[in-house]
Design a protein around this ligand. Structure first.
Ligand SMILES: Cc1ncc(COP(=O)(O)O)c(C=O)c1O
Length: 383
């Protein structure tokens, strides 16, 4: 049986050059970057070397990059860290209804602590209107948090416009760019953004490592307390091999960006064309923005069936796809993103996310479309 992985938005295969760079560090270096002896100095050089590479790719200063354990921790540090640092100035936060749970559940926790959170709506394509951000701003607003691109439907948000509004009002602006990294050219020196979250495992790097960009001079309180690492913003011995892999993955992603976008677009177009051919145009609906979208995510509803049945049958055929966000798949609750887009019930209940990247071919996409049709036919015959 074929095995086709179409869940790159959940996690990606590690690039061989990334694994090689990490193995070298793991087998040759074992000092603690905080130690004063030679081994420690080498470890520090490795960690700061990775930081320099990542900062250069993102066009920011090395000291503006804080290493974390991944996207979830970066989001938590941004939200709790700003809320704590600015609580005497105000207790209002603006975010959107379609954020990842790493932001949404953090906001819920902040609400329990007495903060007030505005969850902005989106249009039917999953896009936020910058004017809604402007209207939501109050005297006590201390943070705006909007994701760069959505992980379930791939819709890209008007980050620049929202950032300019945040700047006009002097409010810190956080962007969860976990899903955008590697698919959009991000240059932090040109963007009106104060905090940005990243994760290595979405760009063919290792799991369990990420970063939070914190603009110079922005006040933030740490989430973790302990040592003085990361300029007192994130205590804990640095993940030397992890950050090395992250830096290598960033270098490769930046060098391949144009090729990746073109290749993902081709995979996407092949898939949609094959679905039209095999399944039929009238039997599926693509969810998300028609033009402002990541190329590597296609969210499709097949109204004649339901998400769980389709995912199980695809899995039996060796095809791995997903329902909504990786962290909630398995429990198959309704997608908060599709609900916020106000999709009709039959589309809400039958949406599947196909996401692709390194290692996928146009044949994979054609094969998957054919298998979708085989499954739908089988289900039709059964009913
Ligand atoms: C948009 C977004 N933010 C945050 C996360 C969490 O990142 P991590 O898995 O590195 O904790 C994810 C992962 O799916 C994501 O897609």
């Amino acid at each position: 049986m074929k095995s086709i992985y179409l869940d790159h938005a959940a996690s990606t295969p590690v690039h061989p050059e990334v694994a090689e760079a990490m193995l070298k560090v793991m087998t040759e270096q074992y000092g603690n970057a905080s130690s004063v002896h030679r081994f420690g100095r080498i470890a520090k050089r490795v960690v700061n070397g990775a930081r320099d590479i990542i900062a250069a790719q993102l066009n920011c200063r090395p000291e503006e990059i804080v290493f974390t354990s991944g996207g979830t921790e970066s989001d938590n540090l941004a939200l709790f860290g700003i809320a704590s640092a600015y609580k005497d100035k105000g207790k209002h936060i603006i975010t959107t209804a379609i954020e990842h749970h790493a932001v949404l559940h953090t906001c819920e926790e902040l609400e329990k602590q007495g903060f007030k959170v505005t969850y902005l709506p989106v249009d039917r394509f999953g896009q936020v209107n910058p004017e809604h951000v402007r209207e939501a701003i109050a005297d006590d607003t201390i943070l705006i948090s909007v994701m760069y691109a959505n992980n379930e439907v791939g819709t890209i948000q008007p980050i620049r416009e929202i950032g300019e509004i945040a700047r006009e009002h002097g409010i810190p602006f956080h962007v969860d760019a976990v899903q955008a990294l590697g698919s959009i050219d991000i240059s932090l020196s040109d963007l009106p953004v104060d905090l940005m979250s990243f994760s290595a495992h979405k760009i063919n790097g290792p799991q369990g490592v990420g970063a939070l960009y914190i603009r110079r001079k922005l006040l933030i309180h740490p989430l973790l307390h302990g040592g003085l690492q990361e300029k007192k913003r994130r205590a804990g011995t640095e993940n030397m091999a992890g950050v090395t892999g992250f830096a290598k993955a960033m270098e490769i992603a930046k060098a391949r960006l144009g090729d990746k976008i073109a290749s993902d677009r081709k995979l996407r177009e092949t898939f949609i064309r094959s679905l039209e051919q095999h399944v039929g145009k009238e039997r599926f609906v693509i969810n998300g923005h028609p033009t402002d979208h990541l190329e590597h995510i296609v969210n499709v509803s097949f109204p004649e069936t339901n998400t769980e049945t389709l995912l199980m049958n695809l899995d039996m055929e060796g095809i791995a796809a997903a329902s909504g966000s990786a962290c909630t798949s398995g429990s198959l609750e309704l997608s908060h993103v599709l609900e916020a887009m106000k999709l009709p019930e039959e589309l809400l209940n039958s949406a599947v996310r196909f996401s692709f990247g390194l290692g996928n071919t146009t044949e994979d996409m054609e094969y998957t479309a054919q298998k979708v049709e085989t499954i739908l036919q089988r289900l039709r015959n059964r009913s």
